[in-house]
Design a protein around this ligand. Structure first.
Ligand SMILES: [Zn+2]
Length: 162
């Protein structure tokens, strides 16, 4: 999966799991959770060259838990849950097309699979990206309506009380 499909699946999962963050936070925890695992591991492997493969410590259940705890500590429990769900859904998405995820690292040893620098772009992956872009567009439209509705209610409340 590529970034748009990861973000779209995180948005859908957060909505289905009922952990969508507050309308003021918007999609921030979902987008962050969708992108963090690759930002961490691909940086460690490809930029800093300290990880042997591009799915490493950031692609584990411990990382999912750490993301949730960090999100809850930095914002609140709802934010932490939304971040953890999005992060976990990224790892599930990486199983797409027989992908490899080292879920139980460091408690289990994995045969290190090297991954080429180039991103594999086949037809199925591109179709998934287009579907992902469509899902994100629908979400963005709904989110804008919801946010504007919430702002409108706040203005009305202020006008009534003032
Ligand atoms: Zn990944």
């Amino acid at each position: 999966m590529l970034p748009l499909a990861h973000i779209a699946s995180a948005l859908v999962a957060n909505k289905l799991a009922g952990v969508m963050a507050d309308v003021d936070d918007g999609p921030a925890p979902a987008v962050l959770g969708a992108l963090l695992p690759d930002a961490i591991d691909k940086s460690l492997a490809w930029v800093f060259r300290v990880a042997p493969v591009a799915r490493y410590a950031g692609h584990t259940l411990i990382a999912v838990a750490a993301a949730g705890i960090a999100g809850a500590a930095l914002k609140d429990g709802r934010w932490g849950r939304a971040l953890a769900v999005a992060y976990g859904v990224h790892l599930l998405g990486d199983l797409w097309q027989h992908g490899h995820v080292p879920w139980l690292m460091p408690f289990k040893r994995y045969e290190e699979e090297s991954e080429p620098w180039a991103v594999r772009l086949d037809k199925a992956t591109l179709v998934l990206e287009v579907v992902g872009a469509a899902v994100i567009a629908v979400y963005a439209r709904d989110y804008a309506r919801e946010r504007d509705g919430a702002r409108g209610q706040r203005v009305e409340t202020r006008e009534q009380s003032g």
